[in-house]
Design a protein around this ligand. Structure first.
Ligand code: BG6
Length: 463
């Protein structure tokens, strides 16, 4: 039997404002936290005034070139495109009462362009950036006031785009704050765990308030959370490794537990107690958290291992989350371990835990591409990666998991998040730009472009 993807399954790709748009001060945009990290989310935070600062300032100039890009996405048959709104285009400093009309108008044009091709927008409210003004003046998510600023922003965009955008996400990879506090919650990297968890709490309350606002303003809309699906396996079956793995998976599942179940899970009581932390959670916060998401979205790139054996616990920063490598898996050039079955495993785990529809909103292979003399780009490695993962998505669907869609990361080459590089490419569409910012920005179809088009056109039968 030729297994199929369900009717209505959405196929497409995912990008984020700060990695594609460029135009970092155009039409009244304010500086975001991302604008202050020219070397990526793990790089230093640098104050800036004006002038060229790095590749992100122009990125792939999506701000001006989106009509051309949308045409290419439509040619591949996309039925969904995930992107984010840059909060600083709408509220340049973050704490204004009135929005910036020029910023709102840009996203009107962008969503209208998607509508032209019948591409459903899936919009993240905050993808790895927030107004730097909020960080400077208010201390980022460390301040309770930021909940109100975010709610005002969310209500503004829901009201403006309620007839154009029906699918929303609150915070991209909300659990990343534990690894990159400046990017996640606008706090210095050396902040105490107590300060980070308090800021995370404020963000979780804000996320729930955005869910409530979306339900009020767009009754036929759907809003989800977004987790970095960092599934960990025990390195051995030693009971101590099993227990440690359970604990470490809770580090990220905690976010989903709050956003999907509407309250702090029981295990966090001991977590805070053991570490001498006290988080200020008011009665009003508890009520707010009860507004839960409609679906769960997540990114999936790799899995890692957990061990209680100190000697084996050699960690490689290269794979973002400092995970212990799995001896049974191959890695990408950037040390990210490739594990298609892990995606099926993760999907089953999430569905067993929450029984809510899932949306895979990031997955892909960052790799160096070579443009041949005839102009072709033969990225068979990317085709193999995406193919193998989609086969496992189909298996998960057969397992009974409800899945809304799949948006692979960076369908067009963009600036990487972790190190702000161009050489780490994810796209089906090549963009002529290098790590120093040289290049014409010309777009070019890779071999994977034609492959993905066939997959979408056959509704997955071509896998
Ligand atoms: C996710 C982020 O962590 O992974 C994206 O949501 C990011 O913004 C993607 O680009 C891939 O990471 P990188 O560092 O290869 O760009």
């Amino acid at each position: 039997m030729n297994k199929q993807f369900p009717d209505g399954f959405l196929w497409g790709g995912a990008v984020a404002a700060n990695q594609v748009e460029g135009a970092y001060l155009t039409d009244g945009k304010g500086l975001s936290t991302s604008d202050l990290q020219p070397q990526g989310v793990f790089g230093p935070v640098q104050e800036r005034t004006e002038g060229d600062f790095g590749v992100k300032d122009v990125a792939i100039d999506f701000y001006h070139r989106y009509p051309e890009d949308m045409k290419l996405f439509a040619e591949m048959g996309f039925t969904v495109l995930r992107t984010s709104i840059a909060w600083t285009r709408i509220f340049p400093q973050g704490d204004e009462l009135q929005p910036n009309e020029a910023g709102l108008a840009f996203y009107d044009r962008l969503f209208d362009e998607m509508a032209k091709y019948g591409i459903t927008p899936l919009v993240t409210l905050s993808h790895y950036e927030m107004p730097y003004g909020i960080v400077k003046k208010h201390g980022g998510w460390g301040s309770r006031d930021t909940i109100g600023f975010f709610e005002n922003y969310a209500r503004t965009v829901f009201t403006r785009y309620k007839n154009k955008v029906k699918h929303w996400l609150t915070f991209n990879e909300i659990n990343m704050s534990l690894h990159a506090p400046f990017t996640g919650v606008g706090l210095p990297e050396d902040s105490s765990k107590q300060a980070i968890y308090q800021a995370i709490h404020h963000q979780l309350v804000a996320s729930a308030k955005a869910v409530k606002a979306c339900h009020e303003i767009i009754p036929d809309g759907k809003i989800g959370n977004m987790l970095l699906g960092g599934m960990l396996y025990p390195l051995t079956c030693k009971p101590a490794d099993m227990m440690e793995t359970l604990q470490q998976n809770r580090d990220w599942l905690f976010f989903g537990d709050v956003q999907v179940r509407g309250a702090y899970p029981a295990y966090m009581k001991r977590f805070f107690k053991d570490r001498g932390m006290e988080i200020n959670i008011t009665a009003e916060d508890k009520t707010a958290l009860k507004e839960t998401v409609d679906f769960i979205s997540f990114s999936y790139y790799m899995t890692g291992c957990v061990t209680t054996d100190e000697e084996q616990n050699i960690k490689a920063r290269a794979n973002i989350l400092n995970m212990v490598p799995n001896p049974h898996l191959q890695s990408s050039e950037w040390g990210w371990q490739i594990d298609p079955i892990g995606l099926r495993f993760l999907m089953n785990e999430l569905y067993d835990r929450y029984q809510k529809p899932l949306f895979i909103v990031e997955n892909g292979l960052g790799a160096r591409d070579k443009v041949e003399a005839d102009g072709s780009i033969n990225d068979d490695y990317r085709i193999e990666y995406i193919n193998d993962h989609l086969v496992q998505v189909r298996e998960a669907i057969e397992d009974g998991v409800e899945v809304m869609g799949y948006t692979s990361w960076g369908p067009i080459d963009l600036v990487s998040a972790s190190k702000a590089e161009f050489s780490k490419r994810y796209g089906y569409i090549y963009v002529d730009r290098d790590d120093q910012g040289n290049g014409t920005l010309e777009r070019r179809r890779k071999k994977s472009f034609f492959w993905y088009k066939e997959v979408i056109g056959s509704h997955g039968a071509a896998l």
